[in-house]
Design a protein around this ligand. Structure first.
Ligand code: GTP
Ligand code: MG
Length: 629
């Protein structure tokens, strides 16, 4: 039968490159290319009734345009108002430079595998006879194999340190001095995961004394290792992903003679802290596609399933072909880049301007021991504490870094860390009463919350006016209270330093949180999430029918592209080492209608047909096929 001649390589086949050594196919065999407790009214913000703005501040920073979320204020600013004259802090908290409108405007403008493949492993048990087919039809691209070899040789399973990769996303600006290294990626990371490839099946025949015609005995390859993501309760940041960003599961072992199937590849488990959100990296849209949200310790999701092992020749034995000399390659494991983002799982978030006493409040109401000091930005990373009222009445409180006016433009530490409050049901807004303009400080922080996220600004909150033990604060309390009451907000006053009034604040937060939770339940809980849905998606793609394909024609180069998930998988799993694979390949193309469709579309002799991303078919001989279609 006249046949379509097929040129094969692991990746792409080209008839003009190195030819297979027909005398010893093994030597030149193709190698796979890898490649609020009180009755006080609930505080509410009424932004329409904001007080008049104070005079414009002195902008010492000149760095208002900073965009780095972890950027500290310029050094001069930092020292000037932090150490030398703490009482001047309120005047340094820039309150009125921008109105809601122009801030909003500015916001818009700113805003392979475990084991290197060892061919000799396959072939030791394989009984690779002279198959008697015309190997001259099969041609390979040598340089691709060479590079494939190189690629594979350096690969190891599990974690890999790749400094350049871990810092790849950081621009020069982000590496400015003054930014602690730990701040750069403790709550965001980008990692690469790859499921293990399936092991290859082999061609082998039983050879035993007194057992003539032992028959095919090539075992199937083992399934590749899976990639799991597991929530580790002992982790509290994504810091480990600064150094280890590549996670590769082990490949399935190759099949062996005597019908021995290869072992399954080793799984890899990526451990993440509770509250991690996983997205596919590099996808369109600012958010990318949300794949998983892992909240509770112990949760485990199967992310990428390992590739299927290739079948050995024992599996190809049939009534019509009792001595099959064909085996499949293992299926390639899926791979992807992921963006991890950590959002703390806390019930209550403490927000406020720097040095307001947030950490002091947390240390009084819980057993947490955050660093407390009389300078702004003492807290660089959120602190968590558990407040317990009773055995079954507890809440997790997060103390966040200070927030400055202009944070949305990167001023201070920026406001990126506010994402940690997205899971909080309630906010406690601590206001430094000893400042010159507590109301303005309050408004500035509220504004930043609104600018960060309208949903966040809508969360129920409590205002805690702090440092009442100081005369500067107690003097201004009445004015502050009246000012907020006029807006429908009932503030609390306290002295976090001596613990006065802190219990009331904690109880009010607890009550408010209970109400918020109750409201959520009334709204109805979301359906339980299938943590393995990504793996299910991969399985679905893999089971795509080979009959679903599309044909594209590039008239400039007279090239036809036959594409489809099923056909691509088939090409990838075809082991071109065995010439019987050629026959099977042609048979499948015939059976699934590729040939027929090509002829209908007007393929001519001499055209190039590329099937999937692998095989290039020479159309010589297409004429001869026409009677068949
Ligand atoms: N007198 C007085 N001082 C207080 C009170 N609460 C906090 N302080 C002091 O204010 C300073 C700042 O307190 P922190 O708790 O570190 O403030 P913070 O809001 O966490 O500051 P950052 O983490 O830098 O944003 C410390 O020196 C505290 O001792 C208070 O009620 N009275
Ligand atoms: Mg603090």
């Amino acid at each position: 039968m006249a046949s379509l001649s097929v040129c094969a390589s692991s990746h792409r086949f080209c008839p003009t490159q190195a030819r297979l050594n027909t005398r010893n196919p093994r030597v030149s065999s193709p190698r796979r290319l890898s490649r609020s407790s009180n009755s006080k009214p609930k505080p509410r913000l009424n932004s329409d009734r904001l007080p008049p703005r104070p005079p414009p501040p002195i902008n010492r920073s000149g760095g208002g345009e900073a965009t780095t979320y972890t950027r500290l204020p310029p050094k001069e600013d930092f020292f000037e108002y932090s150490f030398e004259s703490p009482n001047r802090i309120p005047s340094e908290v820039k309150l009125s430079e921008s109105t809601l409108e122009n801030i909003a405007e500015k916001k818009i403008s700113t805003h392979e595998n475990a084991y290197a493949m060892d061919e000799s492993d396959i072939e030791e048990d394989a009984f690779d006879t002279e198959l008697g087919f015309d190997y001259e039809e099969i041609e390979f691209i040598d340089e691709e194999f060479a590079s494939a070899d190189d690629d594979n040789s350096g690969e190891v399973m599990g974690f890999e340190c790749d400094k350049s990769d871990s810092e790849r996303d950081l621009t020069e600006g982000e590496k400015e001095k003054g930014v602690p290294a730990v701040m750069r990626c403790f709550d965001r990371a980008k990692i690469y995961v790859k499921a293990g490839n399936g092991g290859n099946g082999v061609v082998a025949f039983r050879r035993e004394k007194y057992v003539p015609f032992g028959g095919p005995s090539g075992g199937d390859g083992g399934t590749g290792g899976n990639v799991y993501v597991e929530v580790d309760g002992s982790m509290n940041s994504l810091l480990p992903f600064r150094k280890s960003i590549h996670f590769r599961a082990g490949r399935g072992h190759h099949g062996q003679g005597r019908k021995q199937d290869g072992a399954k590849g080793e799984d890899v488990v990526v451990k993440v802290p509770p509250g991690t959100v996983i997205r596919e990296a590099g996808k369109e849209g600012p958010e990318g596609q949300l794949l998983l949200e892992l909240l509770n310790p112990g949760q485990r999701a199967l992310l990428l399933p390992g590739g299927r092992g290739g079948r050995g020749n024992a599996s190809f034995k049939s009534g019509t072909n009792k001595v099959p000399k064909i085996a499949e390659n293992g299926e390639e494991g899926a791979e992807m880049w992921l963006e991890l983002e950590l959002k703390l799982v806390a019930d209550v978030g403490i927000v406020g301007a720097p040095n307001a006493g947030k950490s002091t409040l947390l240390s009084i109401i819980s057993a947490a021991q955050p660093t407390i000091a009389n300078y702004p930005f003492t807290t660089l990373l959120p602190n968590l504490g558990v407040v317990s009222f009773d055995y079954d009445a507890t809440m997790v409180v997060a103390d966040l870094p200070g927030l400055l006016e202009g944070a949305h433009r990167g001023f201070g530490l920026g406001h990126e860390f506010l994402r940690h409050t997205e899971r909080c049901s309630v906010l406690v807004h601590v206001v430094d009463g000893s400042g010159q303009h507590p109301e303005y400080e309050f408004d500035a922080v509220r504004l930043e919350l609104e600018l960060f996220s309208p949903e966040l600004a809508e969360k129920p909150y409590i205002v805690a006016y702090n440092k009442m033990d100081l005369p500067e604060a107690s003097e201004k309390w009445n004015t502050f209270q009246e000012s907020l009451q006029r807006r429908g907000i009932e503030p609390f006053c306290m002295s976090a330093a001596n613990g006065q009034g802190t219990h009331e604040v904690a109880c009010a937060a607890y009550e408010l949180r209970k109400k918020a939770e109750a409201n959520k339940e009334v709204e109805g809980r979301a359906d339980p999430v299938n943590l393995n849905h990504v793996a299910d998606m991969v399985h679905k793609q893999r089971s795509a029918s080979i009959n679903n394909f599309e044909i594209f024609h590039d008239s400039g180069s007279n090239t036809w592209h036959v594409v489809g998930a099923g056909i691509q998988r088939f090409v990838q799993m075809t082991n071109w080492q065995y010439s019987e694979s050629m026959r099977r390949f042609q048979h499948v193309l015939e059976a699934c209608g590729v040939n027929k469709s090509l002829v209908k579309l007007g393929v001519k002799e001499g055209d190039t047909v590329i099937v999937g991303e692998g095989a290039i078919l020479s159309t010589e001989g297409f004429e001869a096929r026409i009677p068949y279609v």
